[in-house]
Unconditional design. Structure first.
Length: 384
């Protein structure tokens, strides 16, 4: 965001806070997804601060401008905010925010902790390619809690830190909750949507996603979904699509109606993240391209197949489960969306015995996405 645009946002659109922030034990860097953290850290004083300037603390802003000017205002505002709150731990749930890793050197006695939010790939604009391009030095934090040791080694190439294989923070919380409730598993095959709304003047433009033509980006869905739907019905499964858009309109639903050319599917529109995980858990089999939620489903023990044929993933280094070195085609994944390949992995997942699938899941958790019930390892390392 340019300086002028940022200043205009602060002056005209930001909510102004006039009181000094309170001291807390745990401060969250960026207030996105703060509700799940506030609940998790319920035994500790907790707060989050908005680094997007939708909300701005006037006292801290004025102090920042008076002593540091408007150059690097986000960085200097963050430093001043952390200094005043004086937490024991600063925690970040958006591991791609490179600015976060520049802060620790100023606070030797605080713990700075980053938690991997989503599946990472070796492609721009994901974090590792970005770090490779900008060649930023002196990035550091105390811990990065990541999906697995294999992806942890990628963080270590660019950031001075200790890595802990935690798995997915959200998955680690939601799965025990679903088991405790005894949710019914339905004879249903669910496809995980990765629909992205077109946004003008952004990387999700009207015609492109991450610089890839939208038609080409969604080619796997256009080829795979009619095949998966037919196979589901042939094996007496319901077929559903787990949506990802929380908007009120039917743009995402109509996108899939056009692909399938029928209404013979259930479309689930989530109200929040929890709903998406719940719908996954209640489905007998999950189908996905390269969605984080698909990887989390396998870690949770769900039977799933991945048709990992989206354009950025055609090369070996960005295949299924990157950076762990897998073959391009396995028993329950493939990089080929031909009908014969889809039918091959579909037949495997429908017929695989539970004992054999559990072996697959244990290998998956060890190498690609770990599972740590209720994030006990996080609490242990943070001494909470």
């Amino acid at each position: 965001m340019g300086k002028l645009k940022l200043l205009l946002k602060i002056i005209f659109f930001s909510k102004k806070i006039l009181k000094r922030p309170k001291n807390v034990e745990i401060l969250m860097y960026d207030d996105i997804h703060q509700s799940i953290f506030k609940s998790f850290f319920k035994n500790n004083s907790f707060d989050a601060f908005d680094i997007r300037f939708n909300e701005i603390n006037i006292i801290i802003l004025l102090k920042t401008i008076i002593f540091k000017g408007i150059k690097n205002i986000l960085y200097n505002y963050s430093l001043e905010y952390i200094k005043i709150v004086n937490p024991k731990i600063v925690i970040n749930f958006l591991d791609t925010r490179i600015d976060f890793y520049k802060l620790k050197k100023n606070f030797k006695n605080m713990k700075f902790v980053s938690i991997q939010f989503a599946y990472r790939a070796n492609k721009y604009p994901d974090i590792f390619q970005t770090l490779k391009l900008i060649k930023e030095k002196n990035l550091t934090c105390d811990y990065i809690f990541c999906f697995s040791n294999s992806v942890g080694k990628e963080y270590l190439k660019y950031i001075d830190t200790k890595i802990i294989s935690l798995g997915s923070f959200r998955n680690n919380i939601y799965l025990p909750n679903f088991k405790k409730k005894g949710l019914e598993i339905k004879k249903r095959i669910s496809f995980i949507s990765q629909f992205r709304r077109p946004i003008k003047d952004s990387e999700r433009s009207l015609h492109k996603i991450n610089m890839i033509d939208r038609n080409e980006f969604y080619l796997p869905e256009k080829v795979c979904l009619p095949i998966i739907q037919n196979l589901s019905f042939r094996h007496n499964f319901e077929f559903s699509i787990i949506g990802c858009s929380k908007n009120e309109d039917d743009l995402e639903l109509n996108f899939f109606k056009k692909i399938l050319n029928n209404n013979n599917f259930k479309f689930f529109k989530p109200k929040n993240d929890y709903d998406s995980y719940k719908e996954c858990y209640e489905s007998e089999i999950i189908v996905f391209i390269d969605s984080t939620l698909g990887y989390e489903a396998i870690s949770a023990g769900k039977k799933a197949i991945s048709i990992n044929s989206r354009k950025p993933f055609y090369d070996v280094v960005s295949g299924f489960g990157w950076p762990f070195e897998n073959e391009l085609k396995g028993e329950f994944w493939t990089n080929d969306h031909s009908s014969s390949e889809i039918e091959r992995i579909f037949n495997y997942i429908v017929n695989v015995p539970s004992e054999e699938w559990n072996i697959n899941v244990n290998e998956f958790k060890k190498n690609i996405l770990n599972f740590n019930e209720n994030n006990s390892l996080l609490l242990e390392k943070l001494e909470l």
